[in-house]
Design a protein around this ligand. Structure first.
Ligand SMILES: Cc1cc2nc3c(=O)[nH]c(=O)nc-3n(C[C@H](O)[C@H](O)[C@H](O)COP(=O)(O)OP(=O)(O)OC[C@H]3O[C@@H](n4cnc5c(N)ncnc54)[C@H](O)[C@@H]3O)c2cc1C
Length: 348
C-alpha cells in the first residue's frame, strides 16, 4: 500500500499558474494496485483528478478530495496486427513530454509536433491536446478508464471518446466520472511528418538539428525551439498556456465580422456537417487592447494576448476575474463569447 494522503494540502506547487490554494484532502496514486483505496477516498464529497496542473485554475480552495495521478509505466505493445504503426501504452501519470522524448529515442515517429506540451499522459486525452497541425486523436489507439462512481473499468476506442477541438467526452459534465488510467497511441513508421505550419517547415531548415538526424527528431527540436521562444516558461512566469479556445462561428457571422475587420484571421472548418470559421481568440483579445495588460499580479502576456499570467502573487480569483473581463469585452465588441480552455476550480 503506497497511497499517500494529506489533509489541508497546499496546491501552489501543483498548478502551473502557481496560485496559492488548498484542498481539504489530497490523495496521491503512484501504484494502480492502490486504486480501490483511492476510489474509496474519493467517495465522500466533491472530487477532482489532477495531473500536472497545467490546465487548471484554482479560483479558490477546493473543499473536497483531489486525486493526484502519479502512476508510471511505458511499454511498446507491437505492430497493431500488421498495421503500419506500433502501439504504445503509457500510464496516466507519466509526463507527456518525457513520453514524446522516449518515443523518439525508440525510433517511433508521430508525437514530435506535440513536443514540450506540459502535463500528464492521462490529461492529454481530456482536452485532445494539439499543436502544429497534430491532435492527440490523430495518434490515438484506445484508452482504459475506471468509473469513479461504480469502480467499473472500461476500454474506450476512438469513436467512444468523442474527441473534438480541445474537447472530449471526458471534459464534458457527463464524462467527468471517468478516471483515465492507461493511454494507448499509434506511432512509428506509418506516421508521416506533418509540416503544414509554414513556421515549422521553415524552422526545420533553420534550427531542426543536424540534417543526418531522423526527420521526427528534427521536427521535435524545431517545435521545442519555437515554443521556447514564443511561450512563457511556467516555472518562471505562472500560466496555463492558451487561456481561451479559438471560437468557431458560422460562415455568415465571420463574413459580417470581416466587413468591420478586413484583416481578421480565420480559417474554414466543418463542424457537425456545417461550414464554419475558426477565429483567432488571441487576435480578438489583442484588438480589444488587452495584450500586456496588468492589474496587480494578474496579467495578459506581453507577447501573447491568449496567455494569462501570474506575475507573482495573483490569486486564482483575480486571474479568473481578469478572464471574465476579457470575455465580456470581446463579446461587447465582436458578439463572440470566448470559452476558457483550462478547468476553473473553486471560487464562487
Ligand atoms: C506553457 C503551456 C503550454 C501549453 N501548450 C499547449 C498546447 O500547445 N496544446 C494543448 O492542447 N495544451 C497546451 N497546454 C495545456 C496543458 O498542457 C494540457 O491541457 C495538458 O494536457 C494538461 O495536462 P495536466 O496533467 O497538467 O492536466 P491537469 O491540469 O492536471 O488537468 C486538466 C484536466 O484534466 C483532468 N484530468 C487530469 N488527469 C486526468 C485523468 N487521468 N483522468 C481523468 N481526468 C483527468 C483534470 O481533472 C482537469 O479537468 C499548455 C499549458 C502550458 C502551461
Amino acid at each position: 500500500m503506497s497511497l499517500r494522503l494529506l489533509e489541508n494540502a497546499p496546491l501552489a506547487g501543483l498548478n502551473t499558474f502557481g496560485v496559492a490554494a488548498r484542498a481539504r484532502r489530497l490523495v496521491m496514486l503512484e501504484d494502480e494496485r492502490d486504486l480501490p483505496q483511492a476510489l474509496a477516498a474519493l467517495a465522500d464529497g466533491p472530487r477532482l483528478v489532477l495531473g500536472a496542473g497545467s490546465n487548471v485554475l484554482f479560483a479558490g480552495d477546493f473543499d473536497g478530495t483531489i486525486l493526484l495521478m502519479r502512476t508510471r509505466g511505458r511499454q511498446v505493445l507491437g505492430d497493431g496486427h500488421g498495421a503500419p504503426f506500433n502501439r504504445i501504452a503509457v500510464a496516466a501519470g507519466e509526463s507527456w513530454d518525457e513520453t514524446v522524448t522516449w518515443t523518439l529515442e525508440e525510433g517511433l515517429a508521430g508525437l514530435e509536433n506535440l513536443a514540450m506540451i506540459p502535463g500528464t499522459c492521462g490529461a492529454a486525452a481530456i482536452q485532445n491536446i494539439g499543436a502544429y497541425g497534430v491532435e492527440l486523436c490523430d495518434r490515438f489507439d484506445s484508452l482504459r478508464a475506471v468509473d469513479m462512481d461504480s469502480g467499473e473499468a472500461r476500454e474506450f476506442g476512438l469513436a467512444d471518446c468523442r474527441f473534438d477541438y480541445r474537447d472530449s467526452l471526458f471534459k464534458q459534465a457527463g464524462g467527468r466520472h471517468w478516471l483515465i488510467l492507461t493511454l494507448r497511441l499509434r506511432v512509428g513508421a506509418g506516421q508521416r511528418p506533418v509540416l503544414q505550419y509554414g513556421e515549422l517547415a521553415s524552422a526545420l531548415t533553420a534550427e531542426g538539428g543536424p540534417p543526418g538526424e531522423p526527420v521526427a527528431a528534427r521536427i521535435a527540436a524545431a517545435v521545442r525551439a519555437i515554443r521556447s521562444r514564443k511561450l512563457p516558461d511556467p516555472t518562471v512566469l505562472g500560466n496555463a498556456g492558451s487561456f481561451f479556445k479559438n471560437p468557431v462561428v458560422s460562415a455568415e457571422a465571420a463574413r459580417e465580422l470581416r466587413v468591420r475587420e478586413p484583416g481578421m484571421p480565420g480559417h474554414p472548418v466543418t463542424a457537425a456537417g456545417e461550414d464554419r470559421v475558426k477565429l483567432s481568440a488571441g487576435w480578438l483579445i489583442e484588438r480589444c487592447g488587452w495584450k500586456g495588460f496588468r492589474q496587480g499580479d494578474a496579467g495578459v502576456h506581453q507577447a501573447h494576448a491568449l496567455v494569462l499570467v501570474n506575475h507573482g502573487q495573483a490569486s486564482g480569483r483575480e486571474i479568473a476575474a481578469l478572464a471574465e473581463r476579457i470575455r465580456q469585452s470581446v463579446h461587447e465588441r465582436y458578439g463572440v463569447w470566448l470559452e476558457a480552455e483550462p478547468s476553473i476550480i473553486g471560487g464562487s
